[in-house]
Ligand binder design. Structure first.
Ligand SMILES: [Cu+2]
Length: 86
């Protein structure tokens, strides 16, 4: 599941444009858009996160990546650059 916040998505027309753009990129993707919170949730099948972001951008909107609460990166340990080194 990939989530974006799209602040310039303001009405049902925007929702249908973005939905169409995403389906054109990945026709089997699951798309769920919540206009109230301006969130676009995509469950891609053949596309990756960059393809999805690009499809939204190409449609004329500005996607901002949002953490979905799954697999969030833990804060790095003090004393190493990313927590995996050393
Ligand atoms: Cu609109």
């Amino acid at each position: 599941m990939i989530a974006f916040e799209v602040k310039d998505m303001t009405c049902g027309h925007c929702v249908s444009i973005i939905t169409r753009a995403l389906k054109a990129t990945d026709k089997d993707a699951g798309v769920r858009i919540d206009l109230a919170t301006k969130r676009v949730h995509v469950e891609p099948v053949s596309a990756d996160a960059d393809d999805i972001a690009e499809a939204i951008r190409d449609a004329g909107y500005t996607p901002v990546s949002v953490a979905t609460g799954h697999g969030e990166v833990a804060a790095p340990e003090r004393g190493s650059c990313c927590g995996h080194c050393q």
